[in-house]
Design a protein around this ligand. Structure first.
Ligand SMILES: [Cu+2]
Length: 283
């Protein structure tokens, strides 16, 4: 029954994409463009909730408190300077005021904590995954491993230098091979590292998780839009830290299956993990 429900879900996702975007090939560009500020486009519920939390809770709280403090300072400078207030009050306590300035910040923290912990739970309680990709960081590239059920292969994803860029590839964040995932599926990423601490981050999915040697950190996402989504290593990991782009392409189920056929041919024969473990032989 799982296959048929998957097929229905894929069909519905396809229909939704077709309804929202009349052009079948309409794709979201999930990377930065010149002159932009703010977040990359959200793809999936977690990122949407994160951006909502930032825009409607954190920003009002920070702006509100900043304006309040600024207002108080301006008022004090104007009202209590030496000429306006030559004989200062000797008062040292005010019970009501002290109660208020203790309780008010505590309430602000509660307002922040509730949606914050809800988000954390969303990120850390991983639903049954449709696909698990093992992400291994190295100085300085990513390796993506697909499980046996998908053909059991892994491949390196290396930075593309300016001189090798194709016309539609953005500079500084393009990798030669992207991680490809189907739309509308629960994708679990199991993240680890071969050397130092890196961080796997794709803002559009609301995913950012440390890659730590000897440890498997898990996160997940469910993409709801087709397109290319970009991230970067987000922990200073060495001299080429800036050249570890994360490229994730979200495709339809049928495109994903077509990619799997090609990827198995391309990568199964050159499993770099095995090669790395093999003894060195002089040519
Ligand atoms: Cu890194």
């Amino acid at each position: 029954m799982r296959v048929s429900s998957d097929a229905i879900r894929a069909g519905l996702a396809g229909l939704a994409v077709a309804l929202v975007a009349p052009k079948a090939e309409a794709q979201v560009f999930g990377g930065p463009k010149p002159g932009e500020i703010g977040f990359l486009p959200a793809n999936g519920q977690i990122a949407e909730d994160m951006f909502w939390f930032h825009n409607w809770i954190l920003l009002p709280v920070t702006i509100g408190i900043s304006l309040l403090v600024l207002g108080l300072i301006v008022y004090i400078v104007y009202r209590f300077n030496e000429t306006a207030n030559p004989v200062p009050s000797r008062r040292t306590h005010n019970g009501l005021l002290e109660f208020a300035w203790t309780v008010a910040p505590a309430l602000v923290l509660v307002v922040i904590a509730v949606p914050s912990f809800r988000l954390l739970a969303q990120q850390l309680i991983i639903p049954a995954p449709d696909l698990t990709v093992k992400v291994t960081a190295s100085q300085w590239h990513w390796n993506y491993g697909y499980p046996k059920s998908e053909g059991g292969f892994s491949f390196d994803s290396l930075y593309v230098e300016d001189k090798d860029l194709k016309p539609d590839q953005p500079r500084l964040i393009t990798a030669d091979h992207e991680m490809v995932v189907p739309i509308g599926k629960v994708i679990e990423v199991d993240v680890t590292s071969q050397d130092v601490i890196h961080s796997f981050s794709v803002p559009s999915f609301g995913v950012k998780i440390d890659a730590i040697p000897g440890r498997l950190n898990k996160s997940w996402f469910k993409a709801e839009q087709i397109g290319m989504f970009y991230g970067q290593c987000s922990n200073i990991c060495g001299i080429d830290h800036a050249f570890m782009p994360v490229n994730v392409r979200v495709v339809s189920q049928s495109d994903y299956e077509a990619w799997l056929v090609e990827a198995k041919k391309q990568f199964a024969s050159s499993d770099r993990v095995d090669l790395a473990a093999a003894p060195l032989v002089n040519p």
